[in-house]
Structures are given as structure tokens and as C-alpha cells.
Design a protein around this ligand. Sequence first.
Ligand code: ATR
Length: 301
Amino acid sequence: MSSLNSTDLHTDPSLYAGVDVYAVAGNPISHSKSPSIQQGFAKQAKQKMHYGRLQPDLHSFAQTAKTFFAAGGKGMNVTVPFKLDAQLFADVLTPRAQLAGAVNTLWIKDGKIYGDNTDGAGLVRDLLAQGIALHESRILLLGAGGAARGVIGPLLEQSPKCLVIANRSSAKADELVSLYADLAASQEVALESRTLADLEDSAATPHPFDLVINATAAGLQDASPLAAKAVSNIFVPSSFAYDMVYGKTTPLMQQALQRGARVSDGLGMLVEQAADAFLLWRGSELAAVIDPRAILAELRS
Ligand code: ATR
């Protein structure tokens, strides 16, 4: 595969005759846990498959994906910063990928590239597996970028009492509220937007939240999107704070812990979204034999 670069070694499907080849594409990609997660599912389901990594240059996602599928690649997970490129690359989108505005899972069928987004379903399954009740709950979603947009639909489908989307700038949060207004109405969810500054004002934020999800990029920068003044308006000991970032106790998680709330990082979401991708590729009947929570426990040990 001439257009794949040196980090793409061992991912060329033409090197693996008789074995279905999958890959995760991102930039950077060396840290990705997706290969070990997917190989874990393949082992549990006794599936013969190879799973590699691809690191397209920032403007070369489509070329890399085209080369990969032309060489016989069966499916691809897509991570930062290529989820929008993947949406544009797909010939056919599932309704939830269309609404999410992003694709994290691609596969080829009858010569057509299909795109789906399993992030939101993965988040919801991880929350439910951790015993977090979503129905009738008060949820605060921090951020209004691609990561936030991808999870709003599946959260609304759980019929929480309210979903507040808070962002630094109000325009993006307002836009998401408009985009999901119909789904929110049909699920009878009060869907509202706020600025992060509104959260500091106890009159604008009179009730704490059951669940706070950080979908901003602040966790990556080792900062919290919540100002110290907002913390007591948001968290009570019965709250649960979830950060999509994984592998560390983020500043937002620390704020929640200081208020006596429970916390989680996003590793479970990563494993659960990967499980959905595996089932899309290899067959939904394998849901009976894969065990995402066992893979998660292995990653945490
Ligand atoms: P992603 O696809 O990861 O969501 P994005 O689309 O660039 O990336 O969105 C990043 C989100 O993180 C946005 O909601 C951004 O807020 P703005 O819309 O106001 O830019 C938010 N964000 C990034 N850094 C932040 C910080 N330090 N504090 C609060 N919000 C932050």
C-alpha cells in the first residue's frame, strides 16, 4: 500500500491472505488501546482477524482509507481528529451517524463504505453497567463539540428528566439544542443550553445534577471546564461525574470527589463503543459470547 506511512506497518491487508483485516485510524495513534480491545473480542468470540493501526497525515484520511479498503481491509475504527473525515468518506450513513455529525466505525459491504457512530451507545452502556440510572435523571453535558454531539441522541433515548448542554460559548450549545429539539420533545426531555459562566450563578443553576459528563477538550489540557464557583451548584454527594478522557483522575473528577460525588473516567465507554463496532463487523449474534466488562477489567488491571 504505497500511500500508507511507516506507522502503518503490519496493517496492509494484502499481507494477511485469508484473514480479515481491520484497523484504527487516528493521529496520533501509537497510544491507542483499540488493537488490544478488538483482539480481546476476537479471542472471546474465536474469530480469526488481524487488527492494526493507521496514522494518516492530518489531511490524508480519505486517501489512507481508500487505500486500506482497496487492499482488502474489512473495517476501520476512527478516532481524533478524523471522525468528520470518516463521515464524509462513507457512502452510506446510519441515522445516528448522520445526527451525530461524526463516524467512528466504517466497514465495506458490496463495494460500498458504511459509516456508523457507536460512541453514544457505548457511553450509555458504560453508565448503565456502572449502575447509573438515566431515566428521569438530571444530566449536565459539558462541551458542544464533536464529542458532545455524538452522545446526545443516545442520552435522550434514555428519557432523562432534563439534559443541559453547557459550553464556553453559547452559540454551539444553542445549535445542538435546535438540532436535537425533535428527539428531545418525542422523549419528553427538557433540553436546554447554558454557558459555562451560567453554571457559576446559583440563580441560573438552582438544582444540582445527577450526572455530569465532560465532553470538552479541557480534560486533555489538564484543566476543568467548571470554575471553582460552579462546583457547589453542580455536585452533591449523590452526583456522578463522568469524564470521557481515560487513564487519569481529571481536574473535573477531582472537583466532584471533593464534593463527595462518585466519578468515572471514559475507559468503559472506549471498550463499549469498540464492542458495538466489533458486532457491526462480525455479526450481532456474537453479542452472546463477547464480554466487554471482562476486557475492561483486564485493561484496568
Ligand atoms: P471534540 O471533537 O473533541 O469535541 P471540538 O469539536 O474541537 O473537539 O470541541 C471541543 C469542545 O471543548 C468545545 O465544546 C470547546 O468549547 P468552545 O466551543 O467554547 O471552544 C471545549 N473546550 C476546549 N477547551 C476547553 C477549556 N479549556 N474549557 C472549557 N471548554 C473547552
